[in-house]
Ligand binder design. Structure first.
Ligand SMILES: [Zn+2]
Length: 248
């Protein structure tokens, strides 16, 4: 077993775990935005109904005002009638009162319809307001839960980074430099297992002689295609630290 290669493999495993955690943590803001939107959509239904309710109430108020104005007009006309001597003029005022009474009656019908709709909307609003409150509480809980998960991920990421730093300190500086370049250039993967003569990262064949050499585990080798450091997982030493060694 090559100690330096083992360190590289350990470093890579930590790197992979970190990448996975970073991907999971990137989900959090998206999930939060999703549940916020879901709530806003529901709330906008409530707000729409509320506006409808307000509008109906103000229309009803206007109608009542108009009715009361018409009633005043009728009262004034009746006073005027007692003073009229001319029959034609009397008939005209009488017709005017008749028209106004008709108008009042129409407005009263509309006011009644509006009142029913106000009552109905009021009941709907009450139920909706209750649900908005429940949904808001649920949203806050879900957001807190997501945030707690994100914090846990962050802590785990910090632990992995600390551990990675310890592994890195054991690497020879020159080897670390070469690995660092590979990590940057090769999508965050500097070390690749070779199984059945095939590099498991770039999926190309290693020449048979090289594969035999790799299995002998005598020198640090690189994939001739992707140039990543390679190891043979048949050597248990390179594979034992999948889980449980993180608390080193
Ligand atoms: Zn390769």
């Amino acid at each position: 077993m090559l100690e330096q290669l083992k360190c590289l493999v350990q470093y890579q495993i930590l790197e992979d775990k970190k990448a996975k955690l970073v991907r999971s943590s990137e989900e959090t803001p998206r999930r939060i935005a999703e549940i916020e939107k879901e709530f806003k959509d529901f709330e906008s239904i409530y707000l729409g109904k509320k506006a409808e309710h307000e509008h109906a109430k103000s229309s009803h108020h206007s109608l009542e005002k108009e009715i009361s104005e018409l009633e005043d007009k009728i009262k004034r006309s009746k006073v005027r009638m007692s003073e009229i001597k001319n029959n034609k003029e009397y008939q005209a005022v009488l017709k005017e009162i008749g028209d106004q009474q008709k108008e009042i009656s129409e407005k009263e019908d509309s006011a009644l319809v509006l009142m029913e709709s106000i009552d109905h909307l009021g009941r709907e609003l009450k139920a909706l307001a209750k649900e908005v409150k429940q949904r808001k509480e649920k949203m806050e809980q879900d957001k807190q839960e997501l945030q707690r998960e994100a914090d846990k991920l962050r802590e785990r990421l910090d632990r992995l980074e600390n551990l990675q730093e310890k592994v890195r300190a054991r690497l020879e500086p020159d080897l670390w430099k070469r690995s660092e370049v590979l990590l940057q250039k090769q999508a965050g993967v500097a070390v690749a297992p070779v199984e059945g003569g095939i590099c498991q990262v770039c999926h190309l064949n290693i020449p048979p002689q090289k594969f035999i050499e790799l299995q002998r585990d005598e020198s640090l080798m690189q994939c001739p295609h992707c140039h990543r450091f390679i190891y043979w997982p048949g050597h248990e030493a390179y594979c034992v630290f999948e889980e449980g060694w993180e608390e080193l």
